[in-house]
Design a protein around this ligand. Structure first.
Ligand code: EPZ
Length: 425
């Protein structure tokens, strides 16, 4: 198990290329189950969760070749699931990555049967998939729960189009249902659909394969099933959460950097909020220039579904506010337990009080380095950022949480002037 040793106090300078979006790449890899030809994906980030998804698709009988001609900066994969013969996602794979549930919709659409281990909760919450199952039932799927596995099948004739309304906006629920509906018989309407850019990215790839989907970027998706889909080559959108994480890094470490391949539209709310805290932010074509000023100002945030402030940026924003002038109120409305980073930030000297789903963050003049333990992906990113601003050395244990969702965050930060050593713990 690796750990990071982070020397605080180094301002950042230079350019960093934003990698492909993890939360678009995962549904897109699951979508490879649908067409009768291989799916090629480019601009894939090289990170843990995608390797897990590749392993799962191979387990099912697919052929997944990761890495193109230029492994380092042109991450690509050819996914050929035409040989799919085992529509199963076993516990040992699902337990490390909840997003494995994304194969359920495509497997039912393609084969009419699936056995997927019920995803467990994780550090940030129970994270059930009841809404996925309820919506798939409306399309004719039948589920039994046996030995922790969801054993799913469709009636004769496969999935049928249905009118679906999600009680709660669910990102992977919307993606699962969209992928189930593209090959179903008839029309499916998904109301209260998630509008996250990664949902739209998945829909764009399905359209390129010949699917019929209307309402992209809105909360009502209308899908007319087709009899088959063809292969295509699709470039994954840039990762808006990685991009937001680098903006927060400059806010805390100081300095000025350029983010290349920046997803401007997808981060409009985050950019507006970060400007309020005193960051100088200037779009330059497909890039973005971010410059820290003398001081960081406190600002309030309530996480919301897109296009609101994303929950996946909450920990990084809280890290910023620990060093800001004034008091910030940060309210988490999406997950019930996404404040695991609070106790670790306090170890650096942060002044944070929890009142239910709101964290009251009083900025302090200095943070001091300390040993830290990561609990979940975005919490660990927030801790790395805070350590960049802290005086002296910090250590971050359980770095595998970070590696699941960031393509070499420490390497990229070091290329910008940070001093972070990765050692085997
Ligand atoms: C996706 O998770 C992302 N993961 C998460 O990113 C992200 O935090 C989340 O959306 C919210 O934006 C991927 O896309 C792979 P939800 P997902 O279903 O789809 C409840 C990261 O850091 N709910 O939108 O699992 C749920 O408990 C990860 O990259 C049900 O109750 O999230 C939560 O409170 C973390 N029943 C809320 O809805 C269901 O059937 C939103 O969850 C489904 C969800």
């Amino acid at each position: 198990m690796d750990k990071l040793i982070i020397e605080g106090g180094q301002p950042l300078a230079g350019r960093v290329r934003i990698s492909g979006a993890k939360n678009a790449a995962l549904p897109l890899m699951a979508a490879a189950i649908l067409p009768e030809e291989p799916l090629k994906l480019t601009n894939l980030p090289a990170l843990g969760d995608l390797l897990t998804m590749a392993k799962l698709l191979r387990f099912m009988g697919g052929r997944v070749s990761l890495g193109g001609s230029r492994l380092i900066d042109e991450n690509q994969a050819e996914l050929d699931l035409t040989g799919l013969n085992r529509p199963e996602a076993p516990h040992e794979m699902v337990k490390t990555m909840r997003a494995s549930a994304l194969v359920l919709g495509p497997l039912l659409a393609r084969l009419g049967r699936a056995k997927v281990s019920m995803p467990g909760g994780c550090a940030i919450g129970v994270r059930p998939i009841d809404l996925h199952l309820k919506a798939l039932r409306a399309m004719g799927a039948v589920f039994d729960l046996s030995g922790g596995d969801i054993v799913a099948r469709t009636g004769r004739g496969g999935l049928k189009g249905a009118e679906i309304r999600f009680d709660t906006v669910t990102v992977t629920g919307t993606e699962n249902l969209m992928m189930a509906a593209v090959l179903a018989k008839g029309r499916t309407v998904i109301a209260n659909a998630a509008r996250e850019p990664e949902v739209t990215d998945t829909a764009q790839a399905l359209l390129a394969m010949g699917a019929k989907i209307e309402g992209l970027d809105t909360d009502v998706l209308t899908i007319d099933g087709v009899s088959s889909l063809s292969g295509t080559s699709y470039r994954v959108m840039p990762d808006r959460i990685e991009a937001g994480t680098f903006m927060a890094a400059v806010a805390l470490a100081g300095g000025e950097i350029i983010l290349e391949d920046f997803p401007h539209d997808a981060l409009a709310t985050v950019v507006a909020k970060f400007r309020e805290t005193g960051l100088d932010i200037t779009p330059i074509g497909t890039d973005l220039n971010v410059k820290a000023r003398e001081s960081l100002w406190a600002s309030d945030v309530t996480t919301q579904t897109y296009p609101g402030f994303p929950t996946d940026m909450q920990a990084q924003f809280m890290a910023m506010m620990t060093a800001a002038q004034g008091t910030s109120l940060i309210t988490e409305t999406i997950f019930e337990n996404r404040f695991m980073h609070v106790s670790e930030l306090r170890r650096l000297g942060a002044d944070i009080t929890l009142e239910g789903r709101t964290a009251v963050v009083k900025g302090v003049p200095t943070l001091s380095g300390a040993p830290l333990t990561a609990s979940d992906l975005r919490a660990s990113a927030g801790l790395v950022l805070a350590a960049l601003a802290a005086r002296g050395e910090s250590q971050l244990l359980r770095v595998y949480h970070l590696d699941r969702g960031y393509e070499g965050l420490d390497r990229k930060l070091n290329n910008l002037g940070a001093v972070i050593r990765r050692v085997r713990a």
